[in-house]
Structures are given as structure tokens and as C-alpha cells.
Design a protein around this ligand. Sequence first.
Ligand SMILES: NC(=O)C1=CN([C@@H]2O[C@H](COP(=O)(O)OP(=O)(O)OC[C@H]3O[C@@H](n4cnc5c(N)ncnc54)[C@H](O)[C@@H]3O)[C@@H](O)[C@H]2O)[C@@H](O)CC1
Ligand SMILES: Nc1ncnc2c1ncn2[C@@H]1O[C@H](COP(=O)(O)OP(=O)(O)O)[C@@H](O)[C@H]1O
Ligand SMILES: [K+]
Length: 526
Amino acid sequence: MIEAVATEHIRHAERPLLDAGAPLMAHVAFAVAQRVRHELSARTGEVGGRRVVVLVGSGNNGGDGLFTAAHLARAGVRTLAVTVAPKVHAEGLEAARRAGVVVVSSASSARDSQDALSPGAAAREALAADVVVDAMLGIGAQGALRGAGGAIVRAVNRQRPRRGGPFVVAIDVPSGIGVDDGTVPGPVLRADLTLACGSPAPGLLLPPAAHLAQDVDVIDTGLDLSGATSKVLRLEDADVATLWPRALPEHDKYRRGVVGVVAGTRAYPGAAVLATGAAVRSGAGMVRHVGADDVTRAVLAAHPEVVHGTGRVQAWVVGPGLDTEDAAQLRQVDVALAEAGLGPGAYFSGAGVWGDGGSDGIVPVVVDAGALSRLPERCAPWIVLTPHAGELARLLTERGVAVDREQVESAPAEHAATAQRLTGATVLLKGATTVVVGPGQVLSQAEAPAWLATAGAGDVLAGLLGTLLAGRSREAVQHPDLVARLAALAALVHGRAATEANPGGPVSASMVVEALPRTIARLLAD
Ligand SMILES: NC(=O)C1=CN([C@@H]2O[C@H](COP(=O)(O)OP(=O)(O)OC[C@H]3O[C@@H](n4cnc5c(N)ncnc54)[C@H](O)[C@@H]3O)[C@@H](O)[C@H]2O)[C@@H](O)CC1
Ligand SMILES: Nc1ncnc2c1ncn2[C@@H]1O[C@H](COP(=O)(O)OP(=O)(O)O)[C@@H](O)[C@H]1O
Ligand SMILES: [K+]
């Protein structure tokens, strides 16, 4: 599991080391320079004579950059440091000059000096380099990257090809991202590799900034972050086996977990086929489908193991392909939601409760698509909402927070957290990077290949999550912390199955369903 702790904790953990004189900056610079040398030699076959441009800001991030430049110059790299602020780290500057780094300034105050380089000219130098090191801003960033740095980045972004061009290494974070919330308030130079100092900042895991950080490696600086409370988590493949509901010899199909799926209409039978298929193929003990007869016929034609009609379940999946005009189906959704109860101390106890797989008849529910409009005012955390950005915008607007899809996409973690607070439910917000927010918990998963943005993929995710919640139904209700982790686990496996269904190429939702058993087996064996 990757843990990105809030930057206030990083600063707090750095303090005792810096006070004790630990040479953190020297350590970071050495590690970055090593990595740049490695990239140069992997890409060009040589190190000496290659060109590196280091963009240097006013703070310690810029200091890291200057010491990195000094190492590179000593290794024979033609190193140009472009400072973007009137004052930069003094010792770093001296070290760089001593090592033979050419230092120029794009700061407006340097305009008339001999060593001035306009932002446009600096951008051209960067575009012609083999590697660019982004050391303008780290975790001290406040708002959009301003001044010469912003101008250089805008100019580079206008001309940088999607493929080819310089390899960009960001020190700590791509300069100018929202380090704690993952927003992108202004121009940012997309990194091919981000080398985080000590611990990744939350913004490296959260969209949209996460898409600008790409590969993230951590330089260990010996920070003690054990007391950190505010963090973003990302599950890794190695976490799958720990969380996955195991098939044990003493389990019959009911104990393995029964998933009830309320999905699909005559207009959209496919959603029911995909959601039930994903539940079956991810290992549910049994899958029930509740819906119109001809929809169930389509489901049974594809997955004969599905059982038609209501009965005992350990988790519900409601909403994929739902017809909001179909009163009978909506009633089923309401019954499923009632079975989830309203949360600790306020369980629903009326007639119509038939589930008994969870704690005292309470069962987790996945609420997708059309069923999102049926939510009660307050939900238990074992109700998992699975909206995409447009659906989340609608849900928030209905609850008095007027936002549109673009606003949700520009700050997904913040809006998912607002929805979590307003509803009490666990919120899984779908996207290229999926964000899950539970009470006191934030997770983000980025396994999905871009090809997964295809009709029906969300139905597959809902069914898969149904299996996970049914398999650990009782624990999910007793330990709501587990719910957000299972939701993130579903996103991880969904993304991996999409990749493994056709590595590097297009996938359909049905192909993801097909791939699930093998992907799960591989992950459990790892
Ligand atoms: N965590 C660790 O173990 C270590 C962290 N170090 C580095 O220290 C960095 C933090 O250093 P600082 O606290 O000096 O902060 P930064 O280097 O991130 O930047 C702060 C400076 O940038 C200016 N600034 C802030 N927002 C701006 C904006 N939007 N546009 C233009 N200028 C802006 C501020 O006025 C200030 O001068 C980390 O990101 C990391 O690179 C390393 O030096 C040592 C080890
Ligand atoms: N750009 C993207 N890259 C990777 N995965 C994506 C991207 N956009 C969406 N996804 C994923 O694809 C799925 C689409 O779900 P959804 O929008 O509900 O589709 P549908 O309603 O057709 O099933 C989600 O799992 C989402 O996380
Ligand atoms: K940086």
C-alpha cells in the first residue's frame, strides 16, 4: 500500500532531522542525479556531453535542483540551470557554479543582466535538452505557478510533442500542483518521472494532478511518519490477497456471499448482463437478478448460473441500466436500500427486510447510475455510491451544492468528500483515476487503462464490488473502514482485468468480465 501523508506531516517529520543537521538536500540531490544519469544512458547510450536543463525556483526545491545540477556537471553532462526567481538557494548556486553549471536567470529582475534568458528562450533550451529537471516548486507551492516559471512552462507545453521531446524529471512534485488536494490551478510541466522527497504528497495520487506526475518513485530520507493521520492511500497488487474474500473449504455458496442485482430494463438489458456477469465471474457464491422477465432471460442466456428473483442476499447492487420509470424496479431499489439501514444506531427495522447475511439483517449496497436518485437523506457507510463526475455533480446539486461536471473533474477528491459528508455513504468517484472517500478515509486507484472508458465498464465495476461486499458482508457492516478499501480493491482489479483482457489495446466491458477470473487468480497468487 502506498501512503501519501499530508504535507504538514511531512514538514513536521523533516524538522527534527534538519535540526540535527541531517544532510537531506544533499541526499535528495545525489539520488536525483543518479536517476537522471541512468535515464540519459538508457535513452541515449551516454551521459557525458548530453544536455540537461534544470529549472530552479526560490525555495528548497530549487536548492535540490542546484545541487543535482552540480552532480550532473561533474559527471560531464552539459548542464544549464535556469533560475525563475530573483533569489535562489545560495549554497546550491555556489555549488552549481563551482561544478561548471551554466547558470542563467529568467526572472524579470534579471532582464538587463548578462546572464538573462527570456522565458521563451529558456523554453527552447528545455525542449532541445535530453532531460529537464523541474525544481521550481515543491511542497511550498501556493496556488498557480507564477512569474517566469509559469511563462516557461506555458511555452514548453505549447510546443512539447506528446511523444519524444525531453524526458522530464520532477523533484518532489510537478511544480505548481495542489500538493495536498491534487488540483491543477495553473500551468504545470507534465513529468515523465516524479521523485518524491521522503514521502509522496497526496497530490501525486489524486486526479487531475496525478496524471501530470505519472511514474512516482520515493527517495527515502528517513522521515518518521508513523504519527501522520491525514493521508491518501493507494492499494497495490500485493494488498489484493489480504483483502479479497477467500473461498474456504468450510464455506457453502451462501457463506461465500450472495449478491442481489437490481439492474437492467427492456431498454438496457445489457447492464444487467454485465453487472451479474462481473459478480459471477469474480467469485460470488450466488447471484440473484431482480428485474423484468425478459431482462432476466437475457441475463440467463449469458450466465445460466444466475438465479431469478428475490431471496436472501449478503450485498445488493442496485442501479445499472435502471429505468427510472419502472415503478416495480424502483421499489426493489428502495427495499435494498432499506436493508442497508440508515447507519449506526438508526437501522431500518420495518417489514420488508429479508436479508440476514450481514449484521442483524443489515447488508451493504452498491448504488450505481439510476438508483443514485433514490438515496435516503442519510446513508450508512456500507452504502457505496459509484457515480461518474456527471452523476456526482447532479447528486451534489440536488443536495444544495450547485456544481457542474467540470468543477467535479477539476477537484474530484474535494467533491467526493463533500458527497461523503452530505450523505454519510462511502463514495467511489469513477474516472481515469478513481477516488474513494469513506468516513475519515481517502483512497485513489490509477490502474485503469484509458481504453476502459467504454460503455458498460461501470456496470462491471458495480457487479465486482457486489461480490467483494457480499463476501465480507458482516465485517463491512461492523467495520465500515473496510468498505472504502473493498471499493478501492474493486477499482484496482477492474483496471488490471481491463489491461490483461487486451494489453495496450481496446477492450469492451464484456472482455473485462471475461478476464476477471484469471486476473483475480493471478493477483491472489502474487
Ligand atoms: N521532505 C524531505 O525529506 C526533503 C524536502 N526537500 C525539499 O524542500 C521542498 C520544500 O521547500 P520549501 O519549503 O522551500 O518550498 P518550495 O521550494 O516548494 O517553494 C517555496 C518558495 O516558492 C515560492 N512560491 C510559493 N508558491 C509559489 C507560486 N505559486 N509561484 C511561484 N513561487 C511560489 C515561495 O515564495 C517560496 O519562496 C520540498 O518540496 C523538497 O523538494 C529537500 O530539500 C530535503 C528533503
Ligand atoms: N479516461 C479513463 N481512463 C481509464 N478509465 C476510465 C476513464 N474514464 C472512465 N474510466 C473508467 O471506466 C468506467 C466507466 O464507468 P461509467 O462511466 O459508469 O460507464 P457505464 O455507465 O457505461 O458503465 C469506470 O470504471 C471509470 O473509472
Ligand atoms: K518540483
